[in-house]
Design a protein around this ligand. Structure first.
Ligand code: ADP
Length: 632
């Protein structure tokens, strides 16, 4: 029979498992039971929705067999089973959702033990304790069974086999005991009992094992009669149906990790029940880390949906609003129809009501966290805040009112996170706007010439470093009656009447010079004007109302938009900078030279803004000329 090879990264993972010195090998049982439970869920759902595949609920179970003589442990389920093709794809590669991240860690050669602790879950973990594994399976939708066999790294075989009923039977040939590892303990009744209680108690199908019972012998009081009988090892009460005060945080964490394919404890658990028109229980989790593919288009969000404890759907998107799509977990409702499908879910009124109730709960949990566990909230926001911003933008501001108080920004005040509410509360009385400055990084923003005047006034400035920030603000326009204002857009509206008058006079006096400069720059700028925002720098490029320069940069990253989206730019000159008087002199002596200087200053302003300059060679040549002239 031809041996097939595992996919490359699966091979590496297997190698790790086989040679593992990981101390927590016992988790293999949790993984196999969890797979069996998933398979039973699928079978039951099929039975409910397609009458020809009907099964009785009593027939859905997991059986564990111990065979000490053969040193084998068997985990069998009456679940959905697998065809030969499914065996090939499911058992030949790592199916885990964290596999890309896992691969990365493998490549970096991170500590193996860590990798197993974090990722070494799933079917392959059985190779930590077994030297050979067979998987005999018959799909519920097929009459033929197959057997998958592997001793690990050197590949696997798949061959036809016999199996009376649908489901999967996994046999582990345990490794030989060593000084440090007693694999034979997995053949002990008590050990299996303990492991099932510890990791799989909440599994909603019976996990049955043959156990020996001793009862006193009535005819011989010194001896007991030993009988063998089947016993269900788990309580089968789903974790979410248990009383909250009976659940430890460890229980939640284990449950989360085994069910939602994460290797870290969740950051936050939200567990509650609602009684009323639509009764339901929710057990929701906020991951402690952003999933590596969270912002990729094919990331699948959504909650598991159960009806009266029966699993219906995975990744049901309609149960959770986009803004909170980082939440995973499940909803169990007694009032939902079992036959609900993904399509119905979208239109169903009950589901809509449910989703809106879930949304409110999550929102409240986040608000509470912001209020009472600031540090935790900031961690959360670093992970998922961007998603909330996107949602406000994508809803064209419709969701702004709802979510704006969840937003945090770094600001000029100690570089700490600040909420809009806090910002507003600590605004000096004479401050009229919520100020912001945009750039790709904080230290870049802090150096922006346009910032100076606002900062000097003692006004706090929000630092916008996410590409979406300005777009969000353009949708919100104001917070609680206070408008947002960019330090590098339009008129700052900071001057006193006197300063304004002075500036207008200066503009009038230098009108001809400014318009000659504008003429030299042609349509690169709409205007060259006297600046009211500069202190130490000679020039700055700002934008008029409408699109900002930062937005132009963001939009032009999309090749489709390149060159189409342009901010209306204005070159501002600092009238108090020595360069200004130089310009005045040059204007009187040599107008061609003034035009040339206008070009240099414009290029400089572009560089400060992080915009490309049209002709770097020409710019360099002019700077060199200026140096030579300076010493003439
Ligand atoms: P995961 O459970 O995270 O998907 P695993 O490596 O544990 O990863 O399992 C890979 C796949 O093999 C599962 O997704 C499932 O499709 C299939 N599988 C594993 N065990 C069983 C089983 N007992 N019955 C049916 N299919 C199974």
């Amino acid at each position: 029979m031809a041996k097939k090879q595992f996919k490359a990264e699966s091979k590496r993972l297997l190698e790790l498992m086989i040679n593992s010195i990981y101390t927590n090998k016992e988790i293999f049982l949790r993984e196999l039971v969890s797979n069996a439970s998933d398979a039973l869920d699928k079978r039951y759902y099929l039975s409910l929705t397609q009458p020809e595949h009907r099964v009785e609920k009593e027939d859905l179970k997991i059986r564990i067999e111990r065979h000490p003589e053969e040193r084998t442990l068997v985990i069998e389920d009456t679940g959905i089973g697998m065809t030969d093709k499914e065996m090939e794809t499911n058992l030949g590669t790592i199916a885990r959702s964290g596999s890309a991240e896992f691969r990365e860690k493998l490549e970096k050669g991170e500590d193996n033990i860590d990798i197993i602790g974090q990722f070494g879950v799933g079917f392959y973990s059985a190779f930590m304790v077994a030297q050979k594994i067979t998987v005999e399976s018959r799909s519920a939708e097929s009459d033929t069974a197959f057997r998958w066999t592997s001793t690990g790294q050197d590949g696997y075989t798949i061959e036809p086999s016999e199996k009376e009923t649908a489901g999967t039977r996994i046999t582990l040939w345990l490794k030989e005991d060593t000084e440090d590892e007693k694999y034979s303990e997995y053949l002990e009744e008590q050990k299996i009992r303990d492991l099932v209680k510890k990791y799989s108690d909440y599994v909603r199908y019976p996990i049955v094992m043959e156990v020996s019972k001793s009862i006193p012998d009535p005819s011989d009081k010194d001896n007991d009669i030993i009988t063998v009988e089947d016993e269900t090892l788990n309580s089968m009460i789903p974790l979410w149906k248990k009383n909250k005060n009976e659940i430890s945080s460890e229980d939640y964490n284990e449950f989360y990790k085994s069910k939602f394919n994460d290797w870290q404890d969740p950051q936050k658990v939200i567990h509650y029940s609602v009684e009323g028109n639509l009764s339901y229980t929710a057990l929701l989790f906020i991951p402690a880390k952003t999933p590596y593919d969270f912002y990729q288009a094919d990331y699948k969000s959504g909650l598991q949906l159960y009806s009266k404890g029966v699993f219906i759907l995975d990744k049901a998107k309609d149960l959770i609003p986009e803004a909170f799509r980082f939440v995973t977990g499940l909803i169990d409702s007694d009032d939902l129809n079992l036959n609900i499908s993904r399509e119905i879910l979208q239109q169903d009124r009950q589901v809509k009501a449910l989703a809106s109730s879930v949304e409110k709960r999550i929102q409240r949990a986040l608000e509470d966290m912001l209020k009472n566990e600031r540090e935790e909230y900031e961690k959360f926001f670093e992970n998922f805040g961007l998603n909330i911003k996107y949602d406000i933008y994508r809803s064209f501001g419709a969701n702004a009112e709802k979510y704006r108080d969840l937003l945090l920004y770094r600001s000029s005040k100690d570089n700490e996170f600040v909420s809009l509410k806090e910002y507003k509360e600590r605004m000096p009385e004479d401050q009229k706007y919520i100020w912001f400055a945009s750039g790709s990084a904080i230290d870049e923003i802090e150096k922006m010439p346009a910032l100076e005047k606002v900062r000097d006034k003692g006004y706090e400035i929000l630092y916008f470093t996410d590409a979406v920030d300005e777009f969000v603000v353009s949708m919100m326009t104001e917070y609680d009656g206070v408008q947002f204002r960019s330090v590098s857009k339009g008129d700052l509206d900071l001057d006193t009447e006197e300063e304004k008058k002075e500036r207008e006079e200066k503009a009038e006096q230098n009108k001809d010079m400014l318009s000659l400069m504008k003429e030299a720059l042609d349509d690169k700028v709409r205007e060259v004007r006297i600046s009211s925002r500069l202190k130490d720098d000679p020039v700055v490029l700002v934008s008029d109302e409408g699109m900002s320069i930062e937005m132009e940069k963001v939009l032009s990253q999309n090749p489709e938009n390149r060159g189409m989206m342009k901010a209306v730019k204005i070159l501002e000159i600092n009238p108090n900078h020595p360069v200004f008087s130089t310009l005045q002199k040059v204007f009187e002596q040599d107008q061609d030279k003034l035009k040339e200087y206008a070009g240099v200053l414009y290029d400089q302003a572009c560089l400060i803004e992080g915009l490309p300059i049209d002709d770097p060679v020409e710019y360099a040549r002019r700077i060199a000329d200026l140096m030579i002239q300076a010493t003439k």
